[in-house]
Design a binder for this molecule. Sequence first.
Ligand SMILES: [Zn+2]
Length: 419
Amino acid sequence: MRSQTKQPRENRTITVDFRSEATYFQLLGDGKAFLECVLAFVMALGFQLAHKATCRGGGCLTRHSHYARVRLGGLTIWRVQCTTCRAVFTILPHFVLRYRQMRPEVARDALLATHGGLSLELCAVICHISPMALYRLVCAFGHQGLVPVLTRCGLPLPSYFLADEKHSHCLTDKVYLPTIVTGRVIWHLGYTTEASAGAFTQSYGEFQRAAVQQEPSYRVKGVLTDGFDSTTKSLRTLFPGARLGTCLRHALLKLPKKLAAIPSPVRKALRSQFHTLLHRARQRKSLRVFALGQRLRHFADHVTRVAGTANGERVRRWFRDKKAGWYAVLEDPQMPATSTLLDQAHNAMERKLFAMKGLHHPGGSHQAFLTGLAHLYNLVPYQRRAQYAGQCGVEVEGGRVPTPDWMLNLQILTSGGFR
Ligand SMILES: [Zn+2]
């Protein structure tokens, strides 16, 4: 087990939906029809094959060689080759998982149970596989990054996003999961052992690099955080031109902690007045920042009157430190104002990581495992009674998925052979 993913030989596997096993076996005997079927599938997805750097992919594909997967009862797997750049693609039929004996239908149930928060051990019990096999399966999908998978679904790179770190534990050590979310999809789920600006810059930088690789002109317009110093510092370093806002809901939650030694009803009344203040500031159509500045000053004076000078001063100092982040939220109507959707994503991760004591061995492939869980978060559809019943996060955000079957989508979208 390694904590860093080693760069393997170029993975040019592609998963192809042959509809049925019978069709696949029939096509094995007819090279021309086999190739036509593969090409039609790739065309229908609108994907590009990952040719070698110098190749524009204009040439033809030929059947290159085949081999038998002994552990799958001697199943024949074909490789096809680009006649121009000689890149070789392995064609995996939809009913086979890469390097795995496990059938996709078994993997589907185990992954769904994992996604639902059942421990690896119990998922393994209901599916008759070993917990380690399930762990490795999640890691295998996680070797493909979130940015290429989401852009394959047609989602634009996010101009505005939420960023925050989830605090977790690896055995007794504290660890942090820097996360980037837009709406219902996770764009980045990293892993650091420190809460320093340097560690977060490293982690969020992985997202930035992946995004720029997709689109060299990528620019971030706005980011909403909870105002934690290391987070804002790292984002300012990575996205110099971006507007950095602070979550307004967190401001509301923080206020009572700034008010010491006063009766609870007074604290509650102040909190509700602060809520109204933020709400009105957001509703204004013009001069939003000016209005908020004025109201914050009046509110601090009001705190001094009803809760004493010490509380008034503390609130005034807090406003002075935080107001730039609140102004940033109000300056741009497209800025997200609260980080609720990021908290939801973190809560979903929490359930899995809590159930997954097995993850937290120091030599585990944390990054690949977390990325695998994030793919599930993005691609597993919501349940029948949910608000977005039957749709997955990617679809809710306006993306397209290749097929109506989430497991097949996961196989296709995480294939290494697409560009
Ligand atoms: Zn080529």
